[in-house]
Design a protein around this ligand. Structure first.
Ligand code: PEP
Length: 256
């Protein structure tokens, strides 16, 4: 971790309406204490329609929990029916936006070029991308996971300056571990996170690579979080399923 503040981010995916979101967030606030939110950065990533409610609760309670969105448009405004733009997210106070999640790559056919334009759009609007990369089971079984994930990272960062990349968050999410209950071993997570950091060092500098937080995501829960996040190049977790339960998510934050 080397001085990098761990980040635990909860990706709620397409779960909970705005009223349910308020309930979950209030339970989470109740379950976390000040010392934990000081040591670890905690973020929630609700569906778009919940963001305004989440912002109101966080502002009203003055709690140090960050929030963000799960996607954004590559465009800042215009005739893009159904899309949500970077300026809209920035105006709401979103600190983060997930880009390149494997579910977007798979169900919305988002390739590396689209992911790159979204990363650029996030930076253009002052919202920090949580850039997801990860290999499928086929790629891992063929031994191509390092090559695949580092290529995804390189492609996503085209045109991103060093000044921008300093704030980047990367999430290594092996597709075979997402929502499957099959968690990568701490060694698997460390191997890929270290390779991603080495790629950042090549693209920018060793110094910059040393400041970027690289998370692991894929079936993280309270019982396995400490061991994974304890590895030197794993700086936190992107949590899906387990973030839908406030107590479980708080336990992950405490374990990190
Ligand atoms: C995710 O979707 O980002 C994720 C890691 O999901 P899960 O924790 O449910 O595997």
């Amino acid at each position: 971790i080397e001085g990098r503040r761990p980040l635990i981010a909860g990706n709620w995916k397409m779960n909970y309406n705005h009223l349910e979101a308020i309930g979950l967030l209030q339970k989470l606030i109740f379950s976390l204490d000040e010392e934990q939110t000081h040591r670890v950065e905690v973020a929630v990533l609700p569906p778009f329609v919940d963001l305004r409610s989440v912002q109101t609760v966080i502002d009203g309670d003055q709690v140090p929990i960050a929030f963000g969105a799960q996607d954004l448009s590559p465009h800042d405004s215009g005739a893009y029916t159904g899309d949500v733009s970077g300026p809209m997210l920035a105006k709401l106070g979103c600190r983060f936006v997930v880009v390149g999640h494997s579910e977007r790559r798979e169900y919305h056919a988002e390739g590396d070029d689209v992911v790159n334009t979204k990363v650029v759009a996030a930076y253009r609007n002052g919202v920090t991308p949580i850039l997801c990369v990860g290999e499928t089971l086929d790629v891992r079984e063929a031994g191509g996971h390092i090559e695949h994930t580092t290529a995804q990272l390189t492609a996503a960062l085209r045109g991103v300056t060093a000044e921008q990349a300093e704030t980047l968050v990367v999430a290594y999410e092996p597709v075979w571990a997402i929502g499957t209950g099959k968690v990568a071993t701490p060694d698997d997570a460390q191997e890929v996170c270290a390779a991603l950091r080495a790629t950042l060092a090549q693209l920018y500098s060793t110094e910059l690579a040393g400041t970027v937080r690289i998370l692991y995501g894929g079936s993280v829960k309270a019982a396995n979080a400490a061991e994974i996040v304890g590895r030197p190049d794993v700086d936190g977790a992107l949590v899906g399923g387990a973030s839908l339960d406030a107590e479980e998510f708080a336990k992950i934050c405490i374990a990190a």
